[in-house]
Design a protein around this ligand. Structure first.
Ligand SMILES: C[S@@+](CC[C@H](N)C(=O)[O-])C[C@H]1O[C@@H](n2cnc3c(N)ncnc32)[C@H](O)[C@@H]1O
Length: 300
């Protein structure tokens, strides 16, 4: 069996951050430098970003707002991500899942499947889509996904997964972490539905740290990408979806907060790999009882 974190293609990640053990959210002030009173930490919640007041009033309004956005933009999504990421999306989604241990026979849950891009790449590795379950709250996105693969499709949200405990060998989430309301609640669900020894892979685009990379990132995702989207699709809804894409990336918690939340719920082997300093691959494993760990979620 492949060792977690090893690459089959021989390429090494630019950055790898490993979190060992549990980092309670109460300690966030010290290691990560953003205080518990910050908009990211609200009582027991760890938000991926503070509410975007220009978009919706309160956190409670966020799910409906996001749902409408993706429903309206669904028919444009594939085209936009295809040229926007220079036609690398399909190959990258397959490559990253192979590298992080997806193998034939695995039962897979693709959370926030959208139009099915991650699930489609997984089906190419598995040789079939019959063991893949795709979940998304947007009927519009699911309607596009259903045309592509013969998987099981479920309307639902990451924060409340409609599946029994210990159901899946491999759980993926592609570019949707910013859309959940609470990171820990979401990761507790991932921990619950994964089988002991099961692997989690979360893909994200993360704002780079340096001043110049940050400027280039802001210019591309904040201005060029939404403008070209409008130009190519002639759809204000598609432009708005990509503008929101940028706003959530800009406001997103730092990677350390994601790693901390993953470790807090009791997942082990929590890692972050990055490609080009932009593409984050968060990985974790649900501990096996045979290794002497308690697989049940731990609460801070
Ligand atoms: C940017 S798309 C990502 C689609 C696909 N995973 C990919 O790799 O291209 C984000 C998706 O997250 C979904 N989403 C939004 N909020 C969600 C939630 N709370 N739980 C699960 N999925 C959610 C949206 O409906 C949308 O389809």
């Amino acid at each position: 069996m492949r060792e977690p974190g090893r690459f089959i293609c021989g390429k090494q990640p630019r950055t790898r951050i490993q979190v060992k053990g549990r980092l309670p959210t109460g300690n966030l002030q010290k290691p990560f430098g953003w205080p518990p009173s910050s908009p990211f930490v609200h009582l027991d919640e760890v938000r991926p970003h503070p509410p975007l007041k220009a978009r919706y009033e309160t956190l409670a309004d966020k799910p409906d707002y996001v749902n409408r956005l993706f429903d309206k933009g669904a028919c444009h999504y594939d085209g936009i991500v295809d040229w926007g990421f220079f036609r690398t999306g399909g190959a990258y989604r397959k490559w990253v899942q192979e590298r992080h241990g997806l193998k034939k026979g695995d039962r897979v849950l693709d959370v926030a499947c959208g139009t099915g891009l991650v699930a489609l790449a997984a089906s190419r590795i598995l040789g079939t889509a019959e063991n893949i379950t795709c979940l998304d709250p947007s009927e519009g996105m699911l309607a596009v996904a259903r045309t592509k693969l013969n998987a099981t499709f479920v309307v639902g949200r990451a924060e409340a997964l409609p599946f029994p405990d210990n159901s899946f060998d491999f759980l993926t989430m592609g570019y949707a972490l910013r859309h959940v309301t609470d990171l820990e609640e979401t990761f507790r669900e991932y921990q619950r539905v994964l089988k002991p020894g099961g692997r989690l892979l979360i893909l994200e685009v993360t704002k780079p740290r340096g001043r110049i990379p940050r400027f280039m990132f802001r210019t591309y995702f904040g201005r060029i990408y939404p403008t070209l989207t409008q130009l190519f699709t002639r759809s204000a809804d598609a432009r708005d979806m990509m503008r929101y894409y940028w706003e959530t990336m800009d406001a997103c918690v730092p990677p350390e907060a994601v790693l901390s939340a993953l470790a807090t719920v009791g997942l082990s082997e929590v890692n972050r790999y990055t490609q080009l300093g932009l593409f984050s691959e968060y990985t974790a494993t649900k501990p096996s009882p045979s290794k002497g760990c308690d697989p049940s979620p731990r609460h801070a």
